[in-house]
Every structure is written in C-alpha cells, then in structure tokens.
Design a protein around this ligand. Structure first.
Ligand SMILES: Cc1cc2nc3c(=O)[nH]c(=O)nc-3n(C[C@H](O)[C@H](O)[C@H](O)COP(=O)(O)OP(=O)(O)OC[C@H]3O[C@@H](n4cnc5c(N)ncnc54)[C@H](O)[C@@H]3O)c2cc1C
Length: 314
C-alpha cells in the first residue's frame, strides 16, 4: 500500500513538471474545475482579493501570515515585471487591510532566470515599496542551480533593505557553509527542510539525520538571538524548538513557527495557543497545479484527501 501511494505521488510530481500536462489542465475547463477543488485547501485563492480574505481570517484567529504570488522561472522581461507589480500590489494591500503579513517570493519569478540585474532591480522595487508599508520580504529557496545567485542577490540587497530575509534548506550539505555566512548578517533566516529534487550527493534524504541537522540550525539561530522562522510541519522538531526557546529564553520578537496553509493546521494552532508567534504561509494564483501536486507528493496519503475534496465539493 505504502509503495503504491509513493509511486502514485511520484507520478503526480512528474506530471506536475510536464509543461504539456500543465497546459492541458489549464486549458481544459472540466479538469481545471475538478482539480481546483482539491487545490482549494492549500491555496489562498486564484487572486489576491480571495487571499486577503483568508489572511484576515487567520490574523483574526491570532496567526500572522505570509503571502506569495505563485510562479517561478519566468522567461520574459514583461512577465517578470508583471510579477513584480503584483508583489508591489501585495505590499499595498497588506497596508490597506492592516494585515499582519510578510511577502514571500521566488527570485526566478521576478527575473532571475533572465538576468541578474533585472532580478535585482525588481527586488529593489518590491523591498522599497514593502519598507514604506512596514512589510518584510522573505526570499524563497529554489533548485540548487540557483542557490549561489540567490545568496548573492540577497547579500547585495540586504545592504540597502533591512526588511529582507532568506530561506535556507537544511537538506543541502552546502547549507552548513552558507549558514555560517548568513547568520552573520541581520536578515531573518527561514529554515526549511527543502522541497526540490537534487543531484545525488548534494542533499540529505528525509530521516533522522536531516531532523538532527535541522534542529542544530534552529539551536544556533536561537542561541545567537538571530531573527528566524521555524518553517516545518514536523511535530517533533516543533516540540524540540519549544524546549530550546525555553532554554535560551528567546524573545518572542525573534522567532516564529511557520506552516503552509492547509497543512497540519492543528499543530500550528496549538503552538499559537501556547503563546508562540505563529504564521500561515499563503500562495495564490492560477499556477496552483504544480503546487497541489507537490503537496500531495510530499505526503502521499493526501491523495485520499484530494479525492475526498473533489467528490464532496460537488
Ligand atoms: C513556510 C514554509 C516555506 C517554505 N519555503 C520553501 C522554500 O523556499 N524552498 C523549499 O525548497 N522548500 C520550502 N518549503 C517546503 C519545505 O522544504 C518542505 O518540503 C515542507 O515543509 C515539508 O517538510 P516538513 O519540514 O514539513 O517535514 P517532512 O519531514 O516532510 O514532514 C514532517 C511531517 O509534516 C507533515 N507534513 C509534511 N508535509 C505535509 C503535507 N504536504 N501534507 C500533510 N502533512 C504534511 C507530516 O505529518 C509529516 O510527517 C517551505 C515550507 C514552509 C512551511
């Protein structure tokens, strides 16, 4: 049974990456509507307005939010600039609705795959608008072929924009060195396990070794009083982090627990109830297909939840 689920999930992940399959679904009204029923549990919506409503609800329940306009690997300058305008709109709307929310983004969505300068200029526009509105911006981690470029742009932009943070993937062996450099800088560090396939030998697979490495990064961040986000749904890691927070008497302004919208929500609610700063990460947009497939692939039992969502949404 386990093998069957894993095979199905892997197939889904491959299907998600297939551009023809994606276009087919996006252009087939019935398929699009059907699969969207399963995606709804994981996304803020197809547009910012829908997401603002869900984010307000989370704020009212005592949770902070992060909002991302979904997309990556933008191939043309007009698309990269359009995505940049949308991120600027998120900053404005966070202010207009008085939301407690940060903005998250993939640098390849705003031009990294086209040119470094275009990406840097677009990031500067977003950070500048965000800082006017007291909003923080966190850069996501992408595939390993982009890690160097992402860290370079982050380091440069941080010299001007103090409202900027970075995501580090605990599963990459290289993160040990990156972490040593980036913890010296002030920007917030969001620590995640890592979601992308990597070439052999570059990453630690899911399991006890990775969990240990993850907790070690958290330990160093808390010990150093470095602003950080503990971005995992792993219950044991969350519990161990709580113990470290008590040990170091960490100020609440310096850390937060962060979960993806729709995943292990009860755990995040319990952390919030315990008095820990907690945050829900929303993605929105029309490109939800890849996102849905990835969420199911990393937790194959969610296939059944997806089927149930499709059937019961009517
Ligand atoms: C706020 C946030 C930002 C992120 N940003 C990035 C990024 O920039 N780059 C990047 O590579 N990755 C990013 N990720 C994804 C991350 O790398 C992991 O792939 C993802 O969080 C799952 O790993 P985990 O830490 O929850 O641990 P896992 O070991 O994968 O899971 C631990 C437990 O969490 C639960 N769980 C995990 N996933 C699911 C699911 N889909 N459905 C239901 N339960 C689940 C299960 O109980 C599981 O046993 C982000 C994650 C979060 C929470």
């Amino acid at each position: 049974m386990d093998n069957l689920l894993i095979t199905a999930a892997e197939t889904l992940r491959k299907a998600a990456l297939n551009e023809d399959a994606k276009d087919f679904i996006l252009n087939n009204e019935i398929l699009y509507k059907t699969l969207k029923k399963a995606a709804n549990r994981y996304i803020g919506g197809e547009n910012l307005d829908e997401t603002i409503i869900k984010a307000s609800e989370q704020n009212n329940a005592g949770l902070k939010c992060s909002i991302e306009f979904m997309g990556e690997s933008t191939r043309t300058i007009p698309e990269a600039n359009a995505a940049t305008r949308e991120f600027i709109r998120i900053c404005e709307e966070i202010k207009n609705h008085n939301l407690k929310s940060t903005v998250s983004l993939d640098l390849s969505h705003i031009g990294l795959a086209i040119s470094r300068d275009l990406c840097f200029d677009n990031l500067a526009l977003i950070c500048s608008e965000a800082s006017k509105n007291n909003v923080d911006v966190i850069i996501s981690a992408e595939g390993t072929e982009r890690t160097d470029a992402i860290h370079e742009i982050y380091t440069d932009a941080l010299k001007t924009y103090k409202n900027l943070g970075i995501t580090l993937q605990a599963y990459l062996y290289r993160t040990g060195d990156d972490f040593k450099e980036l913890i010296k800088k002030e920007g917030k560090i969001r620590i995640v396990k890592g979601a992308f396939e990597t070439a052999k030998g570059l990453s630690i697979p899911r399991g006890p070794q990775l969990d240990e490495v993850y907790i070690d990064y958290v330990d160093q961040l808390l010990q150093d009083n470095h602003s950080c986000s503990i971005a995992t749904h792993h219950h044991q890691i969350q519990q161990e982090t709580k113990r470290l927070i008590t040990k170091y008497n960490t100020d609440k302004s310096l850390y937060e627990f962060e979960s993806l919208y729709g995943i292990q929500t009860a755990q995040l609610a319990a952390l919030k109830e315990d008095g820990h700063p907690s945050k829900v990460y929303f993605v929105y947009g029309k490109e939800w297909y890849l996102y849905l497939c990835n969420r199911i692939a990393e937790h194959p039992l969610s296939l059944f939840t997806a089927l149930n969502d499709i059937v019961s949404a009517g």
